[in-house]
Structures are given as structure tokens and as C-alpha cells.
Design a binder for this molecule. Sequence first.
Ligand code: FRU
Length: 480
Amino acid sequence: MEAFDKREIDARVREGLPFRHRWHNRFHLEMPFGLINDPNGLTYFDGAYHIFYQWNPLGTVHKNKCWAHTSTRDFIHYRVPELALWPTDAHDKDGCYSGCGSVINGQLKALYTCNAKDEAGVRTPAQRWATLQEDGTLAKGAIIVAKNPPGYTGHFRDPYLFSRHGRRYFVIGAQREDETGTVLIYEETPTGWQCRGELANRLGEFGYMWECPNLIRFGDYEALIFCPQGLEAREHDRQNLYQAGYVAGHVSLDGMTMFHGKFQELDKGFDFYAPQVFQHEGRNLLLGWMGMPDKDSDYPTKEEGWMYSLTLPRELTLRQGHIFSKPARELRELRVQESAITLDTDLTEELEADLYEGSEVLLDITLGEAQRVRLELVYGLEKVALLFDRTTQMMVIDRNGMKLGGRGKRQFRLFVDQVLSLQLFADKTAVEAFFQHGEEAAAFFVFPEKNIQPELRLYSDAPMESISGRIWQLDSFKFR
Ligand code: FRU
């Protein structure tokens, strides 16, 4: 087990802020050093949103998993992140893996997976409580489930608490012995936490492991969010190595069954995984990990000493079985300077605008005669392109114009009648695009070779009817 010196690590984080490197993002959570992944323990507690996330403070590799912690009241001002939970004993010696948070008896309680492997690599995953202390650490408490149940392998992790009719449950990612993925439900009883078995569903065989489940509510409906591994890429979706998506419908805990529609992805970009949702004042807020497991070579910040970000907070709504995601409304407070784009001409086939170091772009493109529209973020000689084809109703994100980092394309269906609507957040390297008012979202990184502010360019194959929109310069997150 490595040694974790909280004082030393916290001091180094403090020194590393504000960020100096040109690839560091300004309004996406990230760390000055080490590797971060899944958001964990998202909880509204004591007047603030508490955000934890997986962090290896000792290097840019997937090892030494700890939990970092920050909190915010407005998603703009944050506490300087600190080390909150780290491996200390035989149970979690190979990592304090992902988990959730909840307010129980006036305390912020986390429930996390303790990862321990023997010499042969066999895992014994235990689920354990931890309680947030005044000093910012999570004090480890009781282990409530000591190992994977019979019939399931050691890939048993990422508990997510929820309650129904006054009873407490958690859903957890699991792998059956035949190496297919599923989720299990546990219920709290007077004699401890009992495994209620799998939540039966209509997906059939669906990958070899499901990570990071969340069971959330939208009024009378529910959605099971999870990250299946081992699905084949298809023409319009599932194009990343691993997926992050959901099924929506109704859950019966009596019958341990979910009636649901098709599996849909939450994000169609390159860099989105392991999202977690928390509910507060009727809102379902999501944070995702901007990254992808087993794809470290796509991220050139590795050599600069840090890796990955969290997404912007997104507000989820369910409409006709589909989850819409929009940037949380608090983010409007980041806007510092505004310029309008209005072009009302039937001769428009091109538009160019300079962007800021951090920008938000809102565009409504009334297509008119245009069948194909191409929007580019141009960084000198490099660019990333979003291409919409109306005849096939397909959006393509093309990173082949970038030299560094992951390349390739992602394509997905986007239903547009007359107006293509786009909201784009372009940070230094993290970009998040929201299409058709949140019907689709896409998170992806670009690592421009030179430190230049991007230009926005829009082209079409025939005159567009009109373009209206706005561009804002965005401020950075503030840490204190
Ligand atoms: C998902 C994941 C989780 C695990 C954690 C470890 O990215 O593999 O299943 O708990 O990361 O860091």
C-alpha cells in the first residue's frame, strides 16, 4: 500500500490553483496533478452540493484510487479540493472505489466499494460506510456487505443508495459467473443488508460488466443509468469503448423487475463515462467523468502530470422515454461578456466568429435550402468539426483534424426539422455540446498544439435561411 500524506497532498493542490498549464480547463473540475475519474458521493448537505471523485494523487495511472472532495453552493465557487478518503487497510488496499452519498441522521454518509486483490488477482469487494468529518476526511465505518454474493464474480462494485416507501436500498454493478453484466439490489433490514437479487429487465445478454448504476426518479417514472462494458459499436451509437446510458420505465421492487424502453446513451461524444446523479429540490443533476477507461493514450495531459475532468453539471429531464440534458442554469453566472450573432439573409453560406479563452455559444440555424451544415472549432491549422446532414438526419463529430490526443469520428441520429439548435461550451480542452435543447449531448476533448483561442466557422452547402445566436465569454470557476 502506498503512503498518502493528506497534508502534503492538500498543500500541493492548493499550490496548483489557479491552473497555469494551457491545457487546463477553467470551468470544468479537474486536478493539478494525478488522475481523476468517476464522480462519487454526490450529496446536497449543509447548504452545499458535495462532490467527491475518484483520484489517484500519486500518478497518472489507474491505481491508488482515493476520493477527492469539494463542495459548492452555486456550481461556480468551489472549495479547494482535498483528499477525503484513501486506502488504509486490507479491505481497500487496492483502491477506495466508486460509491454514492446520502444524508443520514444529519451526517453526510458515503457508501463505497473497498477493492482488494490477492496475489492471483482475485478481488474481494466489500461495501463500506464512511462519514464526512469536520476535518474534511471520510471516517471509515462498518462494512455492510463483505463480499460478492454466490453466482457473481469479484466485479461487484459502485453502490448507489435510494429509498422507496421509507425503506433504504442500494443498486450495485455486478458480473455473473458466466461473465455477463447485471445489477443487484440490496435492502436494509433489521438484521442487516440483504441481497434481493437481480433487477430483471428486458435487455438480455448485454455486455460482460455493468459499472456505476444509478436508479433515479422522474415523477412517476424511473431510470436505471449504468455503464455496460463489452457492447459492439453500431452505425449510430455505442461508438465508444464503453457506454454510459439508461433504460427508463417502471421498477417493481416487489417483483424485482423493470419494465422499460430501449437502452439509450446519455452522451454521444468521445469522453463521457460513469455519470452520477443527485436529486435536490426536484432537480436531477448529473456529473460525468470526462474520460474513458482503457483509453489513457488518447489524453496527452498524461505527460504533463494530470488527467481528466468532470463534466459540467447537467440538469436531466425525462420526456417520452428520453432523457434530455441541459447545462445547469447556475452556469449562466459564468457569462461575462456577450456578443450577438444575427444574420438574416438568404445568401448566407458562411459565418465566422472569434471565440474567447472560454466560451459559450448558442446558435439557432434555420436551415432554409441547406442540406449539410458544418460547424468548426478552428485552432490555427487544427480543427474539430460538427457536421449535420439533413437528408440522413445524422450528426458527426470529427476529431481527425486535430494532431494530438484521440481522433476519429462519432456519429448519431439527430432529428431536425427546420432549425438546428446548438449550445456549445468550449473550455481550454473540454468541449460540451448540447443539441436540440438537450435532446442529445456530446462531451469531448481537444488538445490544440498551440495556445490559441479558437475561431468558430460555419458553412453550408446551400444558403441557410437565417442564423441567430449569441456568444459569451465565460469566466473560470473560483476556488477558495
Ligand atoms: C468506472 C470504475 C468503477 C470503479 C472505479 C475505480 O470508471 O471502473 O467501476 O469503482 O472506476 O476507479
